[in-house]
Design a protein around this ligand. Structure first.
Ligand SMILES: Nc1ncnc2c1ncn2[C@@H]1O[C@H](COP(=O)(O)OP(=O)(O)O)[C@@H](O)[C@H]1O
Ligand SMILES: [Mg+2]
Length: 242
């Protein structure tokens, strides 16, 4: 495998079309993610954010286009292959194992990264997610929505991923919990994590993401810094309804 250079994106999606059955959902979607970058993938409900993430994570094979990850073409690879290659995907519905304890959910996911990375241990996860430690014996199904979201992110990190895909981590959570998750993502960013963050809520992404792409009706319609997007009322009104 070739080693990506400093300037080569760690993840590069180019011109992908994705279909569910006969209906086309994504039309030539492209985005580049650099090592250490947190990018927001913004768009209204139904715009194609989750489908883009599923295409990257191996859950929806593109019919056309390219997905390059860590220097290799990976379009159409199975989800477990993508996970082994260092891609972690936290879906909208979080998918923790409800009958297993918090700690077991974390331990089940523990693995080294694709190049032997082992930055994340149970100890380190409990340092970064102090709210989870006292809940370690509780069944994951009995956690609140916010606690489950934190567990889902923590579990993804236990696999020492190279890139983390987070699908609407703020969705359906109370403002105080959203703020807590935001602080956590800022901390991950400061520690050099590489994250693609799908959100409807641009405000949540301010201070977390450096850059933004906006998706609408399955097409990327805007790319900018998050500050540029914030200043662009027209684009926000048109595509984000805010
Ligand atoms: N499994 C599916 N089968 C058919 N259509 C789907 C499926 N999942 C999503 N869609 C459709 O694809 C479009 C994009 O959905 P999605 O990627 O989930 O958007 P977002 O995550 O931005 O809300 C929507 O029109 C949605 O109805
Ligand atoms: Mg979605």
């Amino acid at each position: 495998m070739s080693t990506p250079g400093m300037s080569e994106p760690v993840l590069s999606v180019q011109d992908i079309d994705v279909f569910y059955g006969a209906s086309q959902i994504l039309f030539g979607v492209g985005l580049d993610l650099l090592q250490g970058q947190t990018m927001a993938l913004l768009g209204r409900n139904g715009a194609g954010k989750s489908t883009t993430m599923k295409a990257i994570a191996g859950m929806a094979a593109p019919r056309k286009g390219s997905v390059r990850f860590r220097g290799q073409e990976v379009a159409g690879r199975k989800p477990y292959v993508m996970a082994r290659q260092g891609l972690a995907y936290v879906p909208e519905d979080r998918q923790v194992f409800p009958d297993h304890s918090v700690q077991d959910n974390l331990l089940i996911a523990a693995k080294k990264g694709p190049e032997g990375q082992d930055d994340w241990s149970l100890k380190r996860v409990y340092e970064v997610f102090p709210l989870l430690e006292p809940l370690r014996s509780r069944a994951a199904g009995r956690l609140s929505g916010g606690e489950q979201q934190m567990l889902a992110i923590a579990r993804a990190l236990m696999g020492n991923p190279v890139v983390l895909l987070l699908d609407e981590p703020s969705e359906g959570l109370a403002p105080i919990v959203v703020a807590r998750i935001g602080a956590l993502l800022r901390q991950l960013r400061a520690n050099g994590a590489t994250v693609l963050l799908a959100e409807q809520n641009m405000h949540f992404c301010l201070g977390i993401a450096s850059d933004a792409v906006v998706i609408d009706k399955g097409q990327i319609v805007y790319r900018d810094s998050i500050a540029g997007l914030k200043a662009n009322q027209e684009v926000r009104r048109r595509y984000l309804a805010m």
